[in-house]
Design a protein around this ligand. Sequence first.
Ligand SMILES: C[S@@+](CC[C@H](N)C(=O)[O-])C[C@H]1O[C@@H](n2cnc3c(N)ncnc32)[C@H](O)[C@@H]1O
Length: 278
Amino acid sequence: MIGQLRVPCAYQGGKQRVAAQIVDLLLEANPGPNTRFYDLCCGSAAVSIELVKRGIESSRICMLDISSWGVFWTAICSGTFDMDVFDQFLSELPGDKRELKAHMLELAALPIGEHEAELYPVLQACSFGGKQIWRNGNRWANACFRDFWQPTATSIRRSPANPMQPSSIELRRRVGILAQHMRGAACLNMDIMAILSNPIPNDSVVYVDPPYQDTTGYAFGFDVNAFIRKFREVSEAPLFVSEGAPLNSDAVLLNFGGAKGGISGIRKGKHQEWINRF
Ligand SMILES: C[S@@+](CC[C@H](N)C(=O)[O-])C[C@H]1O[C@@H](n2cnc3c(N)ncnc32)[C@H](O)[C@@H]1O
């Protein structure tokens, strides 16, 4: 079952394709049996999920995200996620994929009630291009959804484009497994700078995945260099920061080829994933 753990859905900047390589580095930095791992700006939690798949007890993981992901993971990790409410949202999705976009637009236009944690993964799974949907007061913002698209005789793409990825059945399956295995992790729904007021033991390993410098479309941000400086004032724990470019001479370019493990090679193409060690 643990091998089937997967992020709930695709997410802009999500690290599922490189999580194995990142986790290799985190584990190598402190393989001790009591090391605590921090996954700051966790989003869909690709890195925390990979840690659990490698056998790290969830109680040794601390996640943090200021967005609705933080609300979702807090509920999942504390066991307060209401699966009945989640099932209700899923059961109300129209069976006809052509009607899904209109349904999601209606849902996203309603004031956010008390079930942000349960509704958010449904919205995010339907988000156009995996872009971040976020909470602004009592309303959803940036809620753009995909149309169902089917190939015509002349289209190059031959398979239909689904308005929800994964499907509602698969989303339910993933969230059910996550609720079992991620329970016990700590999750903080707050600004990353605030964690610096808490003690971060020196035998921890800290990973930060901020919105990349030239990336748009996220609601939240922070000054990564200021974070690194202040972090060093309060903790000696190894710090790893993801970015689309090297930030120091100790940076490692991750391999996007999909191979598990091995860090090597120059990826042809524009997008690069670097992990910077401090
Ligand atoms: C690149 S994404 C992280 C992706 C994540 N590693 C994954 O695998 O899905 C960046 C995340 O940083 C979060 N974020 C941005 N500014 C933040 C802040 N000031 N404090 C906490 N989280 C923040 C965003 O909500 C977003 O989820």
